[in-house]
Design a protein. Structure first.
Length: 207
């Protein structure tokens, strides 16, 4: 079910907005704490990811250092072409290539992300380099809608069925990218029972 929000909430870079949410972000449960979870062996990284143009530029500023750690040439990191899409920071994105059936930036030995680890070692905010798609997982956005990532729609994850809602798992990330005002409205919406057969009107939370 889609619920219209009180207003449009714009992204940190003001190039995209969230105006409605898919209520399954509250009703689908998973184990959460992806960075410290050993349940799925990072199954969500097996398809690679979409790197927004702003993250891409910041990654390339640190490319030599990343390359020295990854031992994979820069030329093998990304697809050949960018895809124009106004819903992404920088208005376009590029997909990462795969390496050994996982995202090229996935460190199989440590089961972590090379980008996230680099940010930790350099003591910089991981949001500067890590793609917004990765930071918001298990949520995603398109056409002004915040919704479950496609992996959860396709039941292609092992962590589904835990006790934490998809939204609660990345609430802080939503606040970082779209502001605390959005989180306040989502916190209010999350109190409704969207699994009830007498589901609320899409406008009832505004009354």
């Amino acid at each position: 079910m889609l619920v219209l929000l009180d207003k449009k909430y714009y992204h940190l870079y003001n190039e995209m907005a969230i105006s409605q949410i898919d209520t399954r972000i509250f009703t689908i449960k998973y184990n959460g704490f992806c960075m410290s979870c050993n349940l799925c062996t990072d199954n969500c990284c097996k398809y690679g990811t979409k790197v927004d143009n702003i993250s891409f530029k910041n990654i390339m500023k640190n490319a030599k250092l990343l390359e020295s750690v990854m031992k994979i040439p820069q030329k093998d990191w990304f697809a050949n072409e960018f895809i124009a899409d106004e819903h992404y920071p920088g208005s376009k994105y590029v997909r990462t290539n795969l390496n050994e059936q996982s995202c090229v930036f996935f460190n199989k030995k440590k089961e972590n992300c090379y980008i996230h680890e680099l940010c930790f070692n350099l003591q910089i905010d991981y949001h500067e380099l890590k793609p917004v798609v990765c930071c918001l997982f298990p949520l995603e956005f398109s056409h002004e809608t915040l919704k479950p990532a496609i992996e959860f729609e396709d039941d292609d994850v092992r962590c589904i069925g835990g006790t934490l809602s998809l939204y609660d798992g990345v609430k802080d990330e939503v606040a970082y990218y779209f502001g605390t005002e959005l989180v306040e409205e989502l916190n209010s919406l999350s109190k409704y029972d969207f699994d009830d057969t007498k589901i609320i009107s899409i406008y009832s939370h505004k009354n």
